[in-house]
Write a protein that binds this ligand. Structure first.
Ligand SMILES: [Zn+2]
Length: 113
């Protein structure tokens, strides 16, 4: 079953399971991120995560707003911003935050998140 997510601002529903993104775009995003979760480095169960959440104005299909994230990180992040999630991950799970923000900025080509 696809995971359907509702945009809180527009009320629009979309498939969060990946079919909203072309296979080519998904592959490019995962490869750009070294096929590793941008938050914890996991290589299994990778999803594509919005750096700036859609309900915060992030673009749905903009590859400069998308990074690989494993399912546990993606769901743990929820509505948190990237920086808040990285801080939470350090406090809750001891995940070393060094390089995470820089790595994401390198992947998407900007630091505006
Ligand atoms: Zn992860």
């Amino acid at each position: 079953m696809p995971v359907m997510v509702q945009n809180k601002k527009t009320g629009e529903w979309y498939n969060a399971g990946g079919s909203w993104l072309s296979k080519g775009a998904r592959k490019r995003i995962l490869e750009r991120g070294g096929n590793r979760c941008a938050y914890c480095g996991a290589t299994e169960n990778l999803t594509v995560d919005h750096v700036i959440a859609r309900n915060c104005g992030g673009a749905l299909k903009d590859e400069n707003n998308l990074i690989p994230a494993c399912k546990p990180c993606n769901s743990a992040r929820g509505d948190k911003g990237v920086r808040a999630f990285v801080a939470y991950n350090k406090a809750a799970h001891g995940v070393d935050p060094r390089g995470v923000i820089a790595g994401i900025a390198r992947q998407i080509g900007h630091k505006n998140f």
